[in-house]
Design a protein around this ligand. Sequence first.
Ligand SMILES: [Zn+2]
Length: 709
Amino acid sequence: MYIFFLNRSQNAYFCPLFKKEMSAPKRYTITTALPYTNGPIHIGHLAGVYVPADIYARYLRLTGNDVILIGGSDEHGVPITIKAKNEGVSPQDIVDKYHTIIKKSFEDFGITFDNYSRTSAKIHHKTASEFFTTLNDKGEFIEEVTEQLYDAEANQFLADRFVIGTCPKCGNEESYGDQCENCGTSHNATDLINPKSALTGNIPTLKQTKHWFLPLDKHEAFLKEWILEGHKKDWKSNVYGQCKSWIDDGLRPRAVTRDLDWGIPVPVEGGEGKVLYVWFDAPIGYISSTIEWAEREGKNWEPYWKDKDTKLVHFIGKDNIVFHCIIFPAMLKAEGSYILPENVPANEFLNLEGNKLSTSKNWAVWLPEYLEEFPGQQDILRYALTSNAPETKDNDFTWKDFQARNNNELVAIFGNFINRVVVLTNKYYDGVTPTPNVLSQVDEETLATVKAYPDVISSSIERYRFREAQQELMNLARLGNKYLADAEPWKVIKVDEERTKTIMYVALQIASALATLSEPFLPFTSKKLKDILCHSSLDAESTWNEVKTKEVLIPFGHQIGKAELLFSKIEDETIQAQLDKLEASKKANEIANAVVEPQKDTITFDDFTKLDMRVGTILEAEKMPKAKKLLVLKVDTGIDVRTIVSGIAESFTAEEVVGKRVTVLVNLAPRALRGVESEGMILMTETPDGKLVFVNPDDTAVTNGLQIS
Ligand SMILES: [Zn+2]
């Protein structure tokens, strides 16, 4: 104890496990990227941000730390106003709808927010306004009149997504005003080549307007030292690399206000008709959400943001790195009373079945939908997503992998072990933990290994390697499964009842350790398992430390409950149904994105009247031998019955087309196809996925030979 405090006074202690100097935080403030309220949440969000943050927060609570997990909805910004316009509702309607859906998804998936707020909340408007005013009073902004794109017809300035044009960097013709989705470059709307208003399609004009800028260049020296020198070793290489490239490019002043009516009004003179740029107000949302929590809980929020003994960690996706590592820290530094993030463990992106997740293309697994189709199975998704977490590179979620993770790991290893332990304990001892005899060497070693697991898993979690941490948890289940398989209590019981008691006793200790250590990863399973093992009636608190230090986790004489399956097998049909659903999305996209052929050169009316088109009926049809595409048809044209060879055999059988009413171009010059003379052409069209369709009159009163004109 003495040594600990001695070192603490130097604000650091040496942790032998990590072989480096670690600060010893008094408390943790953990934030998660604020989801944008223009749609529900999908697996990409969950894998990239919320599951890792929740694992981290749950783990810290289990290890006895003071921790808050803070989140909220990002409800400002241009896309929301565009969506509202398109749907003919108010922006508030849009954010109310999606805030409710998103918040519910987080609760459903066990994301343990201490507070989940929203940036349209009063407390946030107040906090963000005050933050802006403080920086303004301190002279931390530059005010500048610049020329911005203006749509005279819509009578408004065109910020960000209100402008579409050609990206100056990659030439993408559909780039937004603030960022190109093709190459990822962020730019100003005025940088776009051939800009067009997204509101009216008009070519915008330039008009003068005043804005407030945060001079990032002024903070360059600090950012260089703080990130490039200070966090070279502990920040993930993808995060560090992106920051370095930004800083090396040279930092420029960035506008923090916009000419819009949806957002937080600029609270100083001259700010009429302007709002704070969404990227200025959103990260302040972490602070206002903390204040909201503190007010509700009767706590003081300030230490969580202003005490240097607090460890601040931002969980985000890679698209938010620059805002959390450069812009927000510069804002906090300029304000002066805040701490800076100690780490920003941003993840890369998750793909789905080899393709980029996309809201607009409906290429996603939506959480509300998942829960409808896999009720009560949140842990499987959490597990599969963490197993494949895009921690160091983009990764792929596939339904086959999801099925394999469940069937081969959760069911076959974790579930199988627990089920055997609980079933046998009930069968042999009516659920009462037996008294062990002398422990064998294997028993001793097994129990010692169990005690080592908390540190092994901690080491991975504290380095934000959640995938690795979860693998270690599964290794503990493997240890249990192997222990039972090797010890074979179901055989030993027939010859040595005393030895069987020891085996079951050891197995129950492993099961108990799993119940506790699985909580951050599989919270629903952990709870179920603790209930089965009756953890609540133990003289214990099921903490991380107990697994490490407590001599006995489940003492003899402890009564456990009945067996209940933790996981069940997922069948091929279930997975196929999901794949079919994605296939349908793909088809729908192809149809929606089908390119319409441009119009051909104009013709005269005389040109048109040269075409003689008649209504006809197919009387006979047969397949042309050795020709995949061709049917030989006998068609009644009203003039005569003639032979027409038609390339429709891949879409129709001969039987299907007999009796079919069709449109025939009768004066097409005859030509021989495979030796058969074809006297005319049947008019067809083709769907985007390649199916042929007859173009024919839909009125039965139409008779053969009538002219089409
Ligand atoms: Zn581009």
